[in-house]
Design a protein around this ligand. Structure first.
Ligand SMILES: *Cc1c(COP(=O)(O)O)cnc(C)c1O
Length: 419
């Protein structure tokens, strides 16, 4: 987006706001579908938690994408846009009974995070559903060649190998008819090898499940984890290469074992939306003390990843794309937390008060992670449509939203009237 475009938009929608690129979202989902077209039952279930906005999810729905939900409100959101039944994967953990009840009521496919949840679900529902999936955690560290990608042995999710076999045995005994297997072993991987490596692990296990338990899986869910290049020097994933890599393992492992009908599912979040959202914020202060600071009108409430994980988000000063990055800044928000910095010691063009900053790659796990610390309010979300027009897809929070849960106090009416 150009500075001129943003200057036009802020006349209607003041900063800060997240803005999403419809064209980018569409092109990407088309490429994903094409990369897995070789698999008859292939389906993507968008990880709602990444960007829980019905307008955006409806775009994906046009391509046959379903929803991966982790809570009751996410299930409700999916149902509200008529994504129900087997178009929903319920991949939750530490799940309250009422959420299983609701998921089952709307026909979602339940993916169990633990061995004990089999009994819990049976007690909760009275009878197990006909389709069930189990989440696998092989433990140890997850490596590609010699690179450690993540540490499943330290993760709270999933069943161990022994629990998995025992789990399918019990499910079969209790009359479950369709079985799925799921695993999420590494996050934000920027390598074309993650899915094929994960697929090899899961496909080998699927063959063993067939041999040892006599259960032929209906679907294998590779879950999320395909990352995006947050840093400009990173090489983006090539979804076509990833799809081909999974196909090769599929043909090597599953087809000879008589499991060539297995449907491949994915639950991507970051890959689907991450690059197609930007947080637009205005520089409102500069501060010259022990360091050089630029203070923005956005803060960690709008984008928590830098504060939470020290995550890198690229920043463009709009209108200064061609200027040299010869100034070193900490770019901060206004929270009373010293980790509220979008960038630390970042080389950028000289920033003037009133400049607009585009913080890149906020389309997934951006707005969604927001909170209300310091009484800060969450921003609006906008959609840049294919025809170049801009649509409000979530208004900014108002003080009355912040105070809404105080309706148990006498002064609620007074406070809400003030705004
Ligand atoms: C978070 C999550 C995803 C999506 O992960 P991304 O890294 O955004 O692709 C998918 N499935 C489950 C169960 C998750 O918790």
């Amino acid at each position: 987006m150009t500075k001129e475009q943003i200057e036009e938009i802020v006349k209607t929608y003041p900063t800060p706001f997240h803005i999403y690129d419809e064209k980018g979202i569409r092109k990407n989902v088309e490429a994903l579908k094409e990369a897995f077209a070789w698999n008859k039952g292939y389906k993507e279930f968008f990880a709602v938690k990444a960007t829980p906005n019905p307008f955006l999810i409806q775009i994906l729905k046009e391509y046959g994408v379903g929803c991966d939900c982790s809570s009751k409100t996410e299930l409700m959101l999916s149902k509200a846009i008529d994504v129900t039944g087997s178009d929903i994967m319920f991949s939750s953990n530490d799940t309250p009974a009422e959420e299983f009840v609701y998921a089952n009521k709307i026909g979602a496919t339940i993916n169990l995070d633990d061995f004990t949840h089999i009994e819990f679900l049976e007690k909760t529902l009275g009878k197990l559903p006909e389709t069930l999936s189990l989440r696998f955690n092989p433990g140890g560290v997850f490596t590609i060649s010699t690179d450690i990608m993540d540490n499943p042995g330290d993760a709270k999710y999933g069943l161990t190998t022994e629990q998995l076999f025992e789990g399918y045995r019990i499910l079969k005994e209790k009359g479950v008819k369709r079985f799925g297997l799921h695993a999420f072993l590494a996050s934000n991987t920027v390598t074309n090898e993650y899915y094929p490596t994960l697929a090899k692990t899961l496909f080998d296990v699927a063959v063993q499940i067939k041999e040892k338990v006599g259960v032929s899986l209906s679907f294998i869910n590779l879950s999320g984890g395909i990352g995006i290049p947050y840093r400009p020097e990173q090489e983006p994933n090539d979804i076509k290469v990833i799809g081909e890599g999974v196909r090769k393992v599929f043909e090597e492992v599953l087809v000879p074992a008589g499991l060539g009908d297995v449907a491949i599912y994915t639950e991507l979040g970051r890959f689907m939306m991450g690059p197609y959202g930007h947080l637009i914020t205005k520089a409102i202060h500069e501060k010259h003390t022990h360091k050089e600071y630029i203070g923005c009108d956005a803060c960690a409430v709008n984008l928590m990843r830098p504060a939470m994980y020290g995550a890198y988000h690229h920043i463009t000063v709009l209108g200064k794309e061609q200027e040299p990055c010869d100034h070193k800044y900490d770019v901060t928000g206004s929270l009373c937390e010293n980790n509220d910095k979008f960038a630390i010691d970042r080389m950028l063009p000289k920033i003037e008060i009133g400049d607009y900053l585009a913080i890149h790659d906020t389309g997934a796990h951006g707005f969604a992670m927001g909170y209300n610390y310091n009484g800060k309010l969450k921003s609006a979300e906008l959609l840049l449509k294919e025809d170049g027009s801009v649509q409000l897809i979530r208004r900014a929070e108002k003080p009355s939203d912040y105070f809404a849960t105080f309706d148990c106090f006498d002064f609620y009416e007074k406070i809400s009237r003030e705004f």
